[in-house]
Design a protein around this ligand. Structure first.
Ligand code: MN
Length: 735
């Protein structure tokens, strides 16, 4: 192993001193000692190793730690993990060693970073997705990874050109958007500019040259614009700094590419930022708007160009008030107004926030932030690259601004369509949307919106939601509303079909028993009765066909009953021994009199169900549900022992019955189910069991009810709970 020269050792110490200077006022003594220990350990571990640039390797982790503490405002755990981040990957030490020397948290972070290292290929994308998805308490892995990448980009010169292009590409594809999403704007800008430098060196140099060339002219324009504002702010005793904001080289380049415009056209737009110290007791928002009104006293604002990110901050925490005004040279100038706190968040990410709240709330703030990022990283299952694309798309959500005809402002994700906007405003507007007028031009509902569009939704009374719509809407809101509309529509068809079928059954004097329905369903080759109802409701099954079919069925049933009566008469002698009069319906009373009856275990009828009685002995009757398969067998083979049965009003005794529920897993579903049951005084719950997998829940409910009316009432109420899709009564309690 080679050793470092004195000059190299001095260089290492310089870097480390620089880091110490940054963390000294922020960290406690204990933590500083830990950082020191980490440095000594990593320094020894990387001893003699050099980077491609020829510098001692340890300089890299130190620089990463500095980015982590200085630019991201993170604490000691992150700093130490950053210092150690390449130890496991590049030396013989293991994660276990780190755990033993430091702690579990740090070891976990280093482990995560080690797994994330190496080239970015498909396997890597998988790993990355896993990492992102399983992020529990350590978003710090990603933050340090970004810092690592930033330092690698800053020192990319030492790499061979083909690697430069590859690394720059990755940075642009993944790390810059990630930084943007995490609110690390200045890091994002730097990553983008550096990527441009290596991906398109010529264009980068040209922009650099032009910026330099125009600098003095620009400064003059900025000063001219700022001066009157400065004076007014001083009059109002508002402490502030005003700067001409330079667009990043990358954003200039991107605009030139995307809009096909020249450097001058992009560069022409001045942007100014006012950062002020808010006065206590008055809300920051109010003070921002006060400054806004002070500026519009001087310069005319562009109508509809006020963007209020204070009332509704961007998803990554960004807050600011933007306005575009007409400057002295007849040019539009964008002005951003924000407090120092907002500026910190905008430049250094949400983590910077805690600087203003003191050390006590660091953990709390970080926790909130983590929670937020976890939300951001939620995404349905998909393959790794698809995930990344989706993730990237989501990164830029809430990025276009759309205006209603009245000038109300709406925030929508990029690539939102006319229909997304319609649903954003109102469900009915979406359901009836046939297209829109954008800047006086007619466009279809699928038209993709651009930021700044003023749009008027066109509707038609006879319009209905279409399933194809799901293909082009992008917002979750529109998607769920379209799906809901279909569910509602389906429910309408079902209840319409149910009525038609019940009427048809009445015509042939058949009760709408489950058995009858099962037969009809089978006849039309359908799998369940809801399908039957909706097919009839939608008119796919003609009412005529239904009537014909039922007429035939009814005749068959008559024949069967006739046979039953016939066979019964044959055995009249036997029947006399029974105390039960088969000619009359057997009345089921809550209080059992002379003859006793019991409820069959196979189908568990409850009072109110359609039932028949089976005379099992002289004075005992077994009650089955009519649709019970056993009852069917009895009807055909032991017709002589069958008696019709009727319930009286049951109010005291309770019967155990079982329901199966399924639907979409939603927080609070179980709670709502139990609340519904507990509010019904005539129903008691015995057990409830819920299982969830892949966003679907399945529940089993054992309840005591008095009769089927109460049960129907309960089912009706449960059906109304959001997320519940199916409720079925289960006959066999042991199933
Ligand atoms: Mn590294």
């Amino acid at each position: 192993m080679q050793h470092f020269t004195k000059a190299e050792i001095r260089q290492i110490n310089d870097y480390y001193d620089d880091l110490k200077k940054d963390i000294h006022p922020k960290f406690t003594k204990d933590k500083l000692a830990m950082v020191d220990k980490a440095f000594k350990f990593a320094n020894a571990a990387h001893n003699g190793v050099k980077r491609k640039s020829g510098e001692p390797y340890i300089i890299h982790p130190i620089a990463v730690a500095k980015i982590v503490t200085h630019d991201m405002g993170l604490g000691a755990t992150s700093a130490i993990s950053a210092i150690l981040h390449d130890v496991v990957e590049d030396t013989d030490f293991t994660v276990r060693d780190i755990k033993n020397m430091f702690n579990k948290k740090i070891a976990n972070i280093v482990d995560g970073l080690t797994k994330l290292s190496g080239d970015f290929d498909s396997r890597q994308a998988m790993t990355l997705k896993k990492m992102l998805m399983t992020l529990s308490d350590d978003v710090r892995v990603i933050l340090i990874k970004i810092a690592d990448r930033l330092h690698n980009m800053r020192t990319l010169d030492a790499m061979p050109p083909h690697k430069q292009v590859k690394i720059a590409g990755e940075t642009l594809y993944l790390y810059a958007p990630l930084s943007h999403r995490l609110g690390l704007y200045s890091i994002k800008n730097e990553l983008e500019d550096l990527s441009l430098k290596y991906k398109h060196p010529e264009e980068y140099n040209q922009i650099l040259y032009r910026l330099h060339d125009q600098e003095s002219k620009r400064n003059f324009l900025v000063d001219e614009f700022i001066q009157p504002i400065k004076e007014r702010l001083e009059d109002e005793k508002i402490e502030s700094t005003i700067n001409g904001r330079l667009k990043s080289k990358f954003s200039i380049w991107e605009k030139m590419q995307k809009k096909g415009v020249t450097f001058d056209e992009v560069y022409d737009i001045l942007a100014i930022r006012i950062v002020f110290t808010p006065k206590p007791k008055v809300s920051e928002k109010r003070q921002c708007f006060d400054i806004l009104s002070l500026i519009t006293d001087i310069y005319t604002p562009k109508p509809d160009r006020i963007r209020d990110w204070i009332t509704t901050p961007k998803a990554n925490g960004y807050e600011s008030l933007h306005v575009t005004v007409m400057g002295p040279q007849g040019k539009w100038v964008e002005v951003q107004i924000r407090t120092q706190r907002m500026e910190q968040i905008a430049e250094y990410g949400f983590a910077a926030h805690y600087k203003y709240k003191g050390a006590a709330s660091i953990e709390q703030e970080l926790e909130k932030w983590l929670e937020h990022i976890r939300e951001v990283l939620q995404s349905p299952d998909s393959d790794a690259f698809e995930f990344l694309d989706e993730f990237k798309l989501n990164l830029f959500s809430s990025e276009i601004i759309i205006f209603s005809p009245k000038g109300e402002m709406f925030n929508l994700p990029k690539s939102s369509t006319v229909l997304d906007f319609a649903y954003e405003i109102h469900t009915d507007l979406g359901n009836k949307c046939i297209g829109a007028k954008i800047n006086q031009k007619l466009v279809p509902a699928s038209h993709v919106l651009n930021s700044g569009d003023q749009i008027e939704i066109l509707t038609a009374e006879n319009q209905e939601p279409k399933i194809e719509w799901l293909k082009f809407v992008t917002t979750a809101k529109a998607k769920s509303k379209i799906k809901n509309a279909f569910k509602l529509e389906k429910r309408k068809h079902i209840s319409k079909g149910k009525k038609i079928i019940e009427q048809a059954l009445k015509k042939v004097n058949m009760p709408p028993t489950a058995d009858a329905l099962k037969r009809i369903t089978g006849y039309f080759n359908l799998s369940n009765k809801d399908q039957l109802y909706s097919q009839v409701g939608m008119g796919f099954i003609e009412v005529d066909d239904l009537n014909k079919m039922l007429k035939k069925k009814a005749e068959n049933i008559l024949i069967r009953y006739w046979k039953l009566t016939f066979s019964r008469k044959k055995k009249e002698g036997e029947e006399d021994k029974s105390n039960i009069d088969q000619k009359k319906p057997y009345i089921l009373k809550e209080k059992k009199e002379q003859t006793s009856y019991s409820l069959a275990k196979c189908c568990n009828p409850i009072p109110g169900d359609d039932v028949i009685g089976y005379i099992s002995s002289n004075d005992h009757i077994l009650i089955h549900k009519k649709e019970c398969p056993k009852a069917e067998i009895f009807l055909t083979s032991h017709g002589e022992k069958i008696v019709t049965a009727k319930w009286t009003n049951f109010k005291k005794l309770s019967y155990l019955t079982k329901l199966k529920l399924s639907g979409f897993d939603r927080i609070g579903v179980v709670n709502e189910v139990t609340t519904v049951i507990s509010k019904l005084h005539n129903i008691n719950m015995r057990t409830i069991k819920f299982d969830t997998h892949d966003g679907i829940f399945e529940g089993e409910l054992y309840i005591y009810v008095h009769n089927s009316g109460d049960l129907q009432n309960l089912i009706g109420k449960l059906e109304k709970i959001k997320g519940i899709d199916k409720i079925a009564r289960v006959e066999d309690l042991n199933e």
